[in-house]
Design a binder for this molecule. Sequence first.
Ligand SMILES: [Zn+2]
Length: 293
Amino acid sequence: MLAYNECELAKIRTYKEVIDGFLPALKDYYENPESYNIEPFKIFGNLYYVGDKKVCMHLIDTNDGFILFDSGYSHNFKSLVDSVDKLGFRCEDIKYVIHSHGHFDHFGGGDRLRDLYGAKILMSETDTELLKEMPDRALMHLAPNKEDQICWPDETINDGDFIELGNTKIRCVSAPGHTLGTMAFFFEATDGVKNHKVGYLGGLGFLTIYKEFCRQYNLPENMNEELLFTVNKLRNEDVEITLGNHPGHNSLIAKREYMLHNKNTNPFINKNTWSILLSSVEEKCQDFAEKGY
Ligand SMILES: [Zn+2]
């Protein structure tokens, strides 16, 4: 019997351990990205997964073109294009690419989606302004492609904005913590008969809330409190399908595996996952505060 936890967040280590381990942990992914590919799959109805084992990308079929959440690392762009293709869709039909926040591992394919296929790129105004002020905040120096550039949005989004296309209306909510301009998104996925409420938390890696990190990138040192504030703000959202932007956030790989072996159950549909995820984040934030990180 296959089992899975609702979410798996990384253990808390010292800032030095995290920084020293960052590139070695990604070495194999950088050198052999294709071995991290996942067959694209339907999460529910018109919502699909087109990311890999390291970073999430989600595609919504709105009946009037597609919306893509995040465009991944640039060195694995081919996997994204292949995934869209394997689902029988066309990158030319992606109308919007919504970047969850301003880090290189989430916007790496954005420029090519715009230049090759005509997609419009969206990102929060807050992260856009922060990157203009200090481009190092995009963490491009950690990217495997040294020619990578920041993907600047065609339009910026703010708290309370709606993005509408076809049958889909996405509510944008600011969710600071991972970056100050991280956004969460809420919308309904549909299979034409049933609808399910989707919540997507667009960034919760803990590297960026260490005080040392914040000092280095000239950010306020209370990012931990910002993240806690966000957790409390989002706690009462009614969410049936929880999405994250790294597969561990919602145990995506284990759930996909489960779904393959249990055709009649969909582990992505679970009203408890959202609060389990937020409680895990809250617990980590409390650990950070106790340790003084
Ligand atoms: Zn990030």
